[in-house]
Design a protein around this ligand. Structure first.
Ligand code: 5AD
Ligand code: SF4
Length: 435
C-alpha cells in the first residue's frame, strides 16, 4: 500500500488538522510514514498568515523537486490555508505540485490522491459552513502521548483588518460538545494528561452549550486531566469563563489574550472591537479571579499608519500587563483583507523591524523579571520528557505553562511532581524535585 508523509507549518490548529488528515487517509488504506524519503505522497499543510510563512513553504516545495527527479512517482500536494488562498494558481506557479486541498475539503483527499496517481492534477478548495470533522478520531502524530490538541471549532468571522484567516478558513462553526468530551475522555483513558481545546476564538464557541460549560465538562472527566485552551478574543472573554476556570484546579492558569496593539486608534483601524481600557479591564478580571494566572499575547508592529506614539502605547501596555510570553510580529499585508483594499502598508520595512525589535527587547526584560519572582515558589509539574541539554534532567510545565527543568531522580514522564524553582533564565525555570 502507499505511504503518505505530512509536513505541518503554522498554528496549533494546523497540527490538529494534520491529525484529522492522517485519520482520513489511514481509513482509506494509506500508511502514514515517518519521513519524506519513504513517501509516495507528500502533503504539506500550510499557513498563509504572513508572507514569510508562505515563502518558507514555497522554498520547501522547490526543494522537493530534486527528490521528485529521483523518484518519478512521488507526488507533492499543498493543503490548508495557502491552498485555500491561492487555489489552482499555486499549481500553475509551482509545477511540481499535483494537488491543492483547502481546510474544509480533507474528506475528499482519498479521491484526490486516486486521481493524482493516475496522472491528473486535482484541486478542492470549497469552504463549508458546517464541516467540523466531528466524527473523525484524529491519529496522534509525533505526540509525546501526554498532551494532545482537540479542535472544537473552525473558521473565524471577526474580520480583523489585517487578517487572512476568515478568507482561508471560512465562517465560524462549532463542533458538537459530546464528540469533544468523548475525544478528551478517550485520550485520558489512553494515558494522556493534558488536552488543549483549539479554536480561532474559543470564547464564541456556541453549540448546545457555551464555552465555559464545555470547559467544565472536560475538566470533570478527571482531576488528573489538565485542560488548556487557545485562542481567546479579548472582546468576548467573559467573567463566567473566569469563574469556571477558578473553580477547577485542573483548568490551567494560563490565558492567551492577543492584544495586537496598545493604541486605541490602531485597535479601531484593526477592527478589533475593543479599546485598551477594555483590554486592561479583562486583564484585571483575570487577576481578580486567579491571581496566579499567566497571561500571554500576540502583537503586531508597524500596522498601517502606526505612529511612534501608537508604538509607544504598545510598549506602555506591555509594561503594564507584564506578559509571561508574547508572539511578536511585523505587519505583513495580505491580499484580500480589508487593509489590503483600504489601508496603506506605509511603514517602511526597516522601521517595522526597529519597532519589532524594541518590543522583543522589552518583552525579554519583562519575562526575566517575571521569572525572577518565581524563584523560591513550588509548583505541580506535569513531567513531559528529557531535557534537550542533558539526559540527567527532565522538563515539564506548571499550570501557568512555564517550562521547568530539574534533575530527574525517580520522576517519570506523564506523572505529576512537585518542583521548587531555584533559578531561571528569561525562557526557563530551573528547579528541584520536592520530597
Ligand atoms: N501580519 C502580521 N501578523 C499577523 N497576524 C495575523 N495577521 C497578521 C498579519 N497580516 C498575527 C496576529 C494574530 C497571530 C495569529 O498572527 O497577531 O493574533
Ligand atoms: Fe484573524 Fe482576528 Fe480571526 Fe484572529 S480573530 S483569526 S486575528 S480575524
Amino acid at each position: 500500500m502507499e505511504n503518505i508523509y505530512i509536513e505541518t507549518y503554522g498554528c496549533q490548529m494546523n497540527f490538529a488538522d494534520s491529525e484529522v488528515i492522517a485519520a482520513i487517509l489511514e481509513k482509506s488504506g494509506y500508511t502514514v510514514c515517518g519521513s519524506a524519503e519513504e513517501a509516495d505522497f507528500i502533503l504539506i499543510n500550510t499557513c498563509a498568515i504572513r508572507d514569510n510563512a508562505e515563502q518558507r513553504v514555497r522554498h520547501r516545495v522547490r526543494e522537493l523537486k530534486a527528490m521528485q527527479n529521483r523518484r518519478h512517482n512521488l507526488r507533492v500536494g499543498v493543503l490548508g490555508c495557502m491552498a485555500e488562498r491561492l487555489q489552482s494558481r499555486l499549481m500553475a506557479e509551482e509545477e511540481n505540485v499535483s494537488f491543492v486541498c483547502g481546510p474544509d475539503a480533507y474528506r475528499r483527499l482519498p479521491e484526490m490522491l486516486a486521481q493524482v496517481r493516475s496522472g491528473q492534477k486535482a484541486a478542492e478548495v470549497e469552504l463549508s459552513t458546517t464541516e467540523t470533522y466531528a466524527d473523525i478520531e484524529p491519529v496522534r502524530l509525533a505526540g509525546n502521548g501526554i498532551s494532545a490538541y482537540i479542535s472544537i471549532m473552525r473558521g473565524c468571522q471577526n474580520y480583523c483588518a489585517y487578517c487572512v484567516v476568515p478568507y482561508t478558513r471560512g465562517r465560524e462553526r462549532s463542533r458538537d460538545s459530546e464528540t469533544i468530551v468523548r475525544e478528551a475522555r478517550t485520550l485520558f483513558e489512553q494515558g494522556y494528561r493534558e488536552v488543549t481545546l483549539l479554536g480561532q476564538n474559543v470564547n464564541s464557541y456556541n453549540a448546545e452549550i457555551d464555552f465555559p460549560e464545555l470547559m467544565a465538562r472536560v475538566a470533570q472527566i478527571d482531576p488528573l486531566l489538565r485542560v488548556r485552551f487557545a485562542t481567546s478574543h479579548p472582546k468576548d472573554l467573559s467573567d463566567k469563563l473566569l469563574e469556571v476556570m477558578a473553580e477547577y484546579p485542573n483548568i490551567c492558569r494560563c490565558i492567551h489574550l492577543p492584544v495586537q496593539s496598545g493604541s486605541n486608534r490602531m485597535l479601531k483601524l484593526m477592527n478589533r472591537k475593543y479599546t485598551k481600557e477594555w483590554y486592561l479591564d479583562r486583564v484585571e478580571a483575570i487577576r481578580r479571579h486567579m491571581p496566579d494566572c499567566s497571561i500571554t499575547t500576540d502583537v503586531i508592529a508597524g500596522f498601517s499608519t502606526e505612529t511612534l506614539e501608537d508604538h509607544e502605547a504598545t510598549l506602555e501596555l506591555f509594561r503594564t500587563v507584564k506578559y509571561d510570553y508574547a508572539y511578536m510580529f511585523k505587519y505583513s499585508l495580505r491580499e484580500g483583507t480589508y487593509a489590503w483594499k483600504h489601508l496603506a502598508d506605509d511603514i517602511p520595512e526597516e522601521e517595522k523591524t526597529r519597532r519589532l525589535n524594541e518590543i522583543i527587547a522589552l518583552q525579554g526584560e519583562i519575562a526575566l523579571e517575571n521569572n525572577k519572582h518565581e524563584v523560591g515558589k513550588e509548583y505541580e509539574v506535569l513531567v513531559e520528557g528529557e531535557s534537550h541539554r542533558s539526559k540527567e534532567q527532565l522538563y515539564g510545565r506548571n499550570s501557568q505553562n512555564k517550562v521547568i527543568v530539574f534533575d530527574r531522580k525517580d520522576a517519570a514522564p506523564g506523572t505529576y511532581r512537585r518542583v521548587r524553582v531555584d533559578s531561571c533564565t528569561a525562557a526557563t525555570l530551573i528547579g528541584v524535585l520536592v520530597q
